[in-house]
Structure formats: C-alpha cells, structure tokens
Write a protein that binds this ligand. Structure first.
Ligand code: XMP
Length: 511
C-alpha cells in the first residue's frame, strides 16, 4: 500500500530531521531529501505537500540554495520554515532583509489574520526564533498572518495558493503551538488522511517480508540493542523458524544483559537464537591492552571471527538482516567526517557470511518509530527503551587494561546507577547514563579501615542524536544515593565522581 507522502526538502538546518519526525508523529509519512532534487524527481515522488526546512544561508549568498519557480505552480501545498520561509518570499517577489539584530530564542508572536494554520492556536503564544534575515514584504497575493514586535512577517501565506511561510521553528518544543500549526498544515492544507501508523507498518512489513523471503533462510546478528532486537522480532513474526539469530557473548556486557536477551527472545518468543560463549576468548585477547583504539579494533575483529564461525555452522543463508534505520540512510548520503573513534558495528559482517541479499526492515524508520514498532510487537520496555550501548561495551568504560575484577566492579556500580536513575523516574529523560571505572585509585576510609581502591565516574548525558550532548543535571539527592550505594555495596570502589563535561569537547564515552 502506498502511503500519502510529504516531501521535506533539506536546506541544511540543524532541526531538519526533527521536522521529519514531527510530521511522522502526526501520522503522515515523509522523507527528508536534499534540496537540489529536480522537478522531475519531485513530481515522481508525488507528495501531498512539500516542506522547505531552515538552513544556514541567506537568500542573497552567492552559494545559497534556491528552488525552481515551477515548484510553486504544481498545485501542491508548500510550507517554508525559517530559511524556507525567506526563500518563498524571495522567489515569489517579496522582500527579505538582514534584521538589525539576530533573533534567537523565545519570542511572543500574535496572529493578525485567520488562516488554516491558526485554527485552534491562541491569538498570542510563544515561538522559538533563530534567524538574522527576515521577510519585510510578502509577495503579491499573499497576506501577513502573524508578527512579533521585531519580526514584521512571522507567518505569511496565501490560502488560495496553499503556500505558507513560518519564520520561527514550529518543530521545536519551545514553540508552544508549533506542532498544532504543523498539524494544521498537514490536515487542513494538504488534506492528509493520517495513514502512517506503526500498527499498519508492522502489518505491511510482515506481509512484505513473507513475500520476499518465501521459504528461504535468514540470519541475524543480535546485539541486544533496540534496532537489532526489533528487526529480528519483525522478521521472526513474518517467517518464524526460517530466521536464525546469533548473539555473541563477549563477556563485556552489562549486568544481566546476556541472560535477558536469551530469556526474552529464545525463551519468551521462541526464537531460534544461538548464544556464542566467547568471554574467555575476548578477555584473553584483551589482556595487557590499554590503548582505547587497540581495544576497539581487537573486539571488532574478534566479533567478526566468532560470528563467522557460527555462521559457517549454519551454512549458506539467503538473507542477512541489518538494523539500518532512517537516520543512517540520510547520513550515508552526506560527506565523510573525521574518524574520532573506530566504531564496531555489524557493518563488517557481510564479508564473512555466505548470503545472497541484505534485508533491512527498519530502513524507513526513525528511532522513536523503531521503539513504537518494538512495543507493537510486544517487546518489553527493558528492550525497547534500552539506552544505546557501544559495541565494545564495558571494555571502553574500563580505563586501561580490561580485567575480570574490574569488569565485576564496574558491572555492579553501573547496575546501581541504572537502578537509581530508573527509581527516580529519569530513565527516559536522560539519553545515556553509565558508570566508568577510571584507572585511578584513591585513599578512602571504609568501616574504620584505610582503603586504597578504584574511583568510579558517573557519566550521564542528554542528547538528540549523540553528535552533541550535554551533561545531565541529575538532582543532588539522586547522586547522593548512588554514591552511597556504590561505596557501600560494590567491592573495590571507594570514591564516586560525576562527569560535568559536554560533547564537544569531550565525547560521550570515555574511550
Ligand atoms: P561518543 O563517545 O563518540 O559516542 O560521543 C557517541 C554515541 O555512539 C556510541 N558509541 C558506539 N556505538 N559502536 C556503536 O554502535 C561503537 O563502537 C561505539 N562507540 C561509541 C556511544 O555510546 C554514544 O551513544
């Protein structure tokens, strides 16, 4: 079934994926595509509406991205946001000027005239601005619909032409009624039917996977992470025992993780799940190794070796599952950035598995949609809301050499941290939180005795995409409980410190 689709044209702004996610949340399928899409491609995409995102340029820059005039005469509704709003005004003969001062942050704006966009929105509310240029005169046939004290054209549009511009960012939560205005655009201007739901997605994918796989065999590397778990469960729902999953237990997982993977997927769902017990192998290879990059490379290479051995036992398969999600698809179209850390993902697997085709059942989904699909499939919250965990897992949260003793200490400290964050109800607000065992020992006094033990560091960050992050403002009382519990309950730990560094300049992980 072909869903109604909205085309989000990416002009390079920082909130672009967020716009696409909001549209999807409003039950309308959309894709984020580069702004240099040709008119033929746009027509072939057949959208019910087009959204121009924000971007860093000024319409007067020599290199500024533009859009063919023709896009405005297709009869397809258009909404421009920030740069997109200025672009509409500029292309259709309005005026765009540099404002005397940049506007950044919360502003109060008021509607001057009614329009489909303002339905159900109070006359005056708060919006989130981030711009230097702004529209000072609207094109002929268009009306000014809203303004702030300093931004004369905050919203403008033409009901007849179904073209609108919004200078602020309706997609960010600080714009009180931004979501409502996006909803109005989709439902009152584009005539959306709201046919994009995760329930529907599961049904369609199951049918599609069944048809594609037929009676053939599928192999999946299960890491326990959200993406591989949901991908495997979806495929299992479609083809049952034709799917084999391999879980590599490298001995570096967090407390209870391997047990949980086996109990949810093998015992609970009845999946054909093989656990490769390779803890000794990994720990032997890591003995004496202290350099973070070497640790990562050893683990990456060993993971592939172990997986290959298991895959050989299974023999040739027809399909290999990959948990690629939509942001990976968007990102892979962009330029390469500097390698900060060697990432160890299942990306290296295709070379060692005898298979015919890759199957990527989550390719169209944002992370929040993957979670909703997981819940739809009946997976427990502990799997669906699992925080991101790097492939090398605890090995890169142990500074210096990885030993069994340090692993045991870290596992307990990390478990207490997670437990208390969940008890404080902060587990879905903080993007990622974990303990690190530093390579410092300090003097302590525990039970009247002098101790000389490890320093445990707590790392907790808020983030949208892990590209940038800020340290989480965990209440002192919660930190106090965590510190007390770690120093009382965990062997070989006598001090707890909290990491208050953002990314950049630090990274989220310590190694
Ligand atoms: P950094 O430490 O670079 O981490 O700020 C950004 C995000 O990526 C995760 N991370 C990894 N994920 N394989 C992964 O799949 C890896 O090797 C890896 N290293 C870091 C990290 O946990 C954070 O969410």
């Amino acid at each position: 079934m072909q869903h109604q689709r909205v085309l989000v044209l990416d002009f390079g702004g920082q909130y672009n994926q967020l716009i696409a996610r909001r549209v999807r949340d409003l039950k309308v399928y959309c894709d984020l595509k580069p702004c240099d899409m040709t008119m033929d491609e746009i027509r072939a995409y057949d959208p019910i509406g087009i959204i121009f995102t924000g971007g860093p340029s000024s319409v007067y820059d020599a290199q500024a991205p533009h859009i063919p005039q023709e896009v405005f005469s297709l009869g397809i509704p258009v909404l421009g946001i920030c740069y997109g709003c200025q672009l509409i005004a500029y292309e259709l003969g309005g005026r765009v000027e540099h404002a005397a001062t940049s506007e950044y942050g919360k502003r109060t704006f008021s509607f001057i005239a009614d329009s489909p966009l303002s339905e159900g929105v109070p006359k005056t509310s708060i919006c989130w601005m981030s711009h230097t240029d702004h529209v000072t005169a609207v094109p002929e046939g268009f009306s000014v619909l809203a303004a702030t004290e300093t931004c004369p054209v905050t919203v403008f549009g033409s009901e007849e032409r179904k073209i609108y511009g919004i200078q602020f960012h309706p997609e960010v939560v600080h714009s009180e009624y931004g979501n409502k205005m996006l909803e109005n655009f989709l439902y009152r201007v584009c005539g959306a039917a709201g046919d994009w739901t995760m329930q529907g997605y599961v049904k369609e994918q199951v049918a599609r996977i069944r048809e594609k796989v037929g009676d053939k065999k599928v192999l999946c590397a299960m890491s326990g992470g959200v993406d591989s778990a949901v991908a495997a469960t979806l495929i299992h729902r479609a083809v049952g025992d034709q799917l084999t999953c391999v879980f590599v237990d490298h001995g570096l997982h967090r407390k209870n993780e391997p047990e949980e993977v086996m109990s949810v997927f093998r015992d609970g769902l009845g999946m054909n799940l093989i656990k490769a017990d390779a803890a000794d192998l990994f720990l032997d290879k890591l003995a004496g190794v202290t350099d973070p990059e070497r640790k990562r490379k050893i683990i990456g290479a060993e993971f592939i070796n172990v997986f290959e051995k298991e895959a050989k036992k299974i023999g040739a398969v027809d399909f290999l599952v990959q948990g690629t999600i939509y942001p990976d698809v968007i990102e892979s179209g962009k330029g390469k950035s500097a390698v900060i850390k060697s990432h160890h993902n299942v990306g290296g697997l295709p070379d060692v598995v005898d298979f015919k085709e890759i199957i990527e059942p989550l390719r169209d989904l944002f992370k929040d949609e993957v979670r909703r699909v997981g819940t739809e499939l009946g997976l427990p919250d502990s799997v669906v809301w699992r925080q991101p965990c790097p492939g090398p897992a605890l090995a890169i949260r142990i500074m210096g050499e990885v030993t069994r003793e340090k692993l045991a200490t870290l596992r307990e400290a990390d478990f207490i941290f997670r437990d208390e964050i969940a008890k404080a109800g902060l587990d879905r607000q903080i993007w990622q939180y974990f303990a690190v065992i530093t390579n410092s020992k300090t003097v302590g006094v525990q039970g009247d005795f002098r101790t000389y033990e490890n320093v445990i560091a707590l790392r907790a960050v808020t983030s949208v995409d892990a590209m940038t992050a800020d340290w989480a403002r965990i209440p002192f009382e919660v930190l106090e409980t965590i510190s007390n519990r770690i120093t009382n309950e965990v062997p070989h730990a006598n001090r707890v410190v909290y990491d208050i560094t953002s990314k950049p300049p630090a990274t989220i992980e310590w190694e």
